[in-house]
Design a protein around this ligand. Structure first.
Ligand SMILES: [Zn+2]
Length: 327
């Protein structure tokens, strides 16, 4: 179990030194335009049918443009005083979810183009997720951080440098990783109130030192209930979908841990969301108690900031953010 958990997340430096295969992730731009055009037409058609058949058929969870969307069924508001540590993989407590409710979470980003592709998929299904961002990554891609927030997702943090073996860090280093990670994400997003007091320990490498420090900072420490092994090398999108579904079905509900930095995860997500709906799952979004800004000012992607980071080529990314996706 220790080795298993220790391999959940890979050091950020590793991301920058290894190029994953990333050729056939996204449909072509023309295909996306075609799909979106058809979805808009179908959505308009359903809207008029719904209006014509009276208010009884209108759903408060309707997803504009996609009547078959998985959607987000409810929002669960939590505070650190109620939920200090959550996730049955490591802690006694987890979120109070009903049968077949799932909370979707993404760690380690942001990293274009995969984060952008995943955001497109979530938007098309009106699904809201929770992100645990790495400080270094947020610093490198602030425009993507703001996009995540402005599309209605919850943003928590995941340390400054994503060190390996977090469980062996001294208190001083834990403090640095937690505090600087939050400061980097605050800075990238431009408004500290937009960042939830939610923290996930890198590699799920918990220790008493880390747990105690996080609790003392009034942070909710998130473990998970279910993983899909999407950080494994060479895992296929199909296997990610199968493992996520099998494990969620076995538990009946739970916090699902994924990573928005991997091509296989980006490829798996459309099918995963479709299968979750087919299996009767409902998505719950988790937000912190208290006021949050409705949105934050958008930033233009900076080619200068992005230069030197991989991946270097994915010209057909659907986001249209060419500064991020083409070099
Ligand atoms: Zn991680």
């Amino acid at each position: 179990m220790a080795a298993f958990i220790g391999s959940v997340c890979i050091n950020v430096q590793f991301y920058r030194s290894v190029r994953p295969p990333h050729s056939e992730i996204a449909p072509t731009g023309a295909e996306w335009v075609g799909v979106r055009g058809r979805m808009r037409f179908i959505g308009t058609l359903f809207f008029f049918l719904a209006v014509a058949s009276g208010p009884a058929s209108a759903s408060p969870d309707a997803c504009p443009g996609n009547p078959d969307a998985l959607g987000t069924s409810r929002v669960l508001t939590i505070s650190p005083s109620e939920f200090s540590q959550i996730g049955s993989m490591q802690y006694k407590q987890t979120l109070p979810l009903n049968d077949h409710e799932v909370v979707i979470t993404f760690d380690d980003g942001p990293l274009p183009p995969y984060t952008n592709i995943i955001l497109d998929t979530l938007a098309s299904q009106c699904v809201k997720a929770t992100y645990f961002l790495v400080g270094q990554m947020a610093h490198a891609y602030p425009s993507v951080v703001r996009r995540i927030y402005n599309e209605g997702h919850t943003i928590g943090t995941h340390s400054q440098d994503h060190p390996l073996a977090f469980q062996r860090l001294s208190l001083q280093r834990v403090e640095y990783e937690v505090d600087d990670g939050i400061a980097s994400v605050d800075s990238a997003i431009g408004d500290a109130k937009a960042v939830a007091p939610f923290f996930r320990i890198p590699g799920l490498g918990r220790s008493k030192t880390a747990d105690d420090f996080l609790a003392s900072q009034s942070l909710v420490t998130w473990s998970a209930d279910v993983v899909a092994d999407d950080w494994f090398r060479h895992i296929s999108a199909q296997t990610i979908v199968q493992r996520a579904l099998q494990r969620l079905e076995a538990k009946g509900r739970g916090i699902l841990l994924l990573h928005d930095i991997h091509p296989a995860t980006a490829m798996a997500l459309p099918t995963l969301l479709k299968e979750l709906k087919a299996h009767g799952f409902h998505v719950v979004q988790v937000v912190p108690a208290g006021d949050r800004p409705k949105s934050v000012p958008e930033l233009m992607a900076s080619p200068a900031t992005d230069r030197g980071a991989w991946p270097t080529v994915l010209t057909s990314a659907p986001s249209g953010d060419h500064a991020l996706t083409t070099r």
